[in-house]
Write a protein that binds this ligand. Structure first.
Ligand SMILES: [Fe+2]
Ligand SMILES: [Fe+2]
Length: 228
């Protein structure tokens, strides 16, 4: 299991943009949902399942265009989207969204698909960093939800069958157990996406180093030519 409370400190403009974008959306979610954790989960999981699908699709097309291997990224991203959709399928049994929330879901999906696609096309690294930070917040929110369930402020209830089957939980599991496994999933997505952003960094620095080496070789060769 991933460490639950890790936070990746921002190191450059891309990280800071990703963190501030996340904090802004967190503020909106906190203001709107307050402590209605079930409703919050339903609405936010409809958004959480978007990035994996968008990123998977864009990498798929890039792989076709450039005839390049995807290094296993597409499968990981589509699995993430599927997993997030299963979070939604679970929480829909816990909280039924009202008409305002259904309207927000429609608008949010339209805006988020376009925004995330644009961010991904402009800076793939920033896009993965954003999801890394989203998932840090998701872990925090589910920890708060779990605390409310453990202290009895929110009444616990039997786990929905869909969750028992999907996560292979014991038959007598409750919502608390479901929130724990979902929180573990979120921590997993956080690590995968932060690692993707880090991998893009290391690819860029390898490219820079090899370009510099090529330049040095060229300069050396032209110096030798001049000496002749
Ligand atoms: Fe989720
Ligand atoms: Fe998530």
């Amino acid at each position: 299991m991933s460490d639950l409370n890790t936070h990746l400190g921002p190191k450059n403009f891309s990280d800071k943009f990703a963190l501030n974008f996340t904090k802004f959306l967190r503020f909106l979610a906190d203001t709107f949902f307050k402590k209605r954790y079930g409703h919050r989960a339903v609405v936010l999981e409809t958004v959480a399942a978007v990035p994996g699908m968008v990123a998977g699709m864009l990498i798929h097309f890039k792989s076709l265009r450039k005839m390049e291997d995807d290094r296993g990224w597409i499968k990981l991203l589509l699995d993430e989207a599927e997993n997030e959709r299963m979070h939604l399928m679970t929480f829909i049994h816990i909280a039924k969204p009202n008409w305002i929330e259904r309207f927000i879901i429609l608008i949010a999906q339209a805006i988020f698909i376009v925004t995330y696609s644009l961010i991904y096309i402009i800076s793939q690294r920033t896009a993965h960093r954003i999801v890394g930070y989203f998932e840090e917040e998701a872990v925090r929110s589910y920890t708060e939800y779990l605390h409310e369930l453990e202290t009895g402020k929110i009444k616990d209830q039997p786990a929905p069958d869909i969750a028992i089957n999907y996560w292979n939980l014991p038959l007598n599991s409750t919502l608390k157990d479901v929130v724990r496994v979902i929180r573990d999933d979120e921590a997993g997505h956080r690590d995968v996406n932060h690692n993707f952003a880090n991998l893009i960094d290391s690819r860029t620095s390898i490219k820079k180093t090899s370009n510099m080496t090529e330049e040095k070789v060229e300069i050396k060769n032209s110096n030798e030519e001049l000496k002749k």
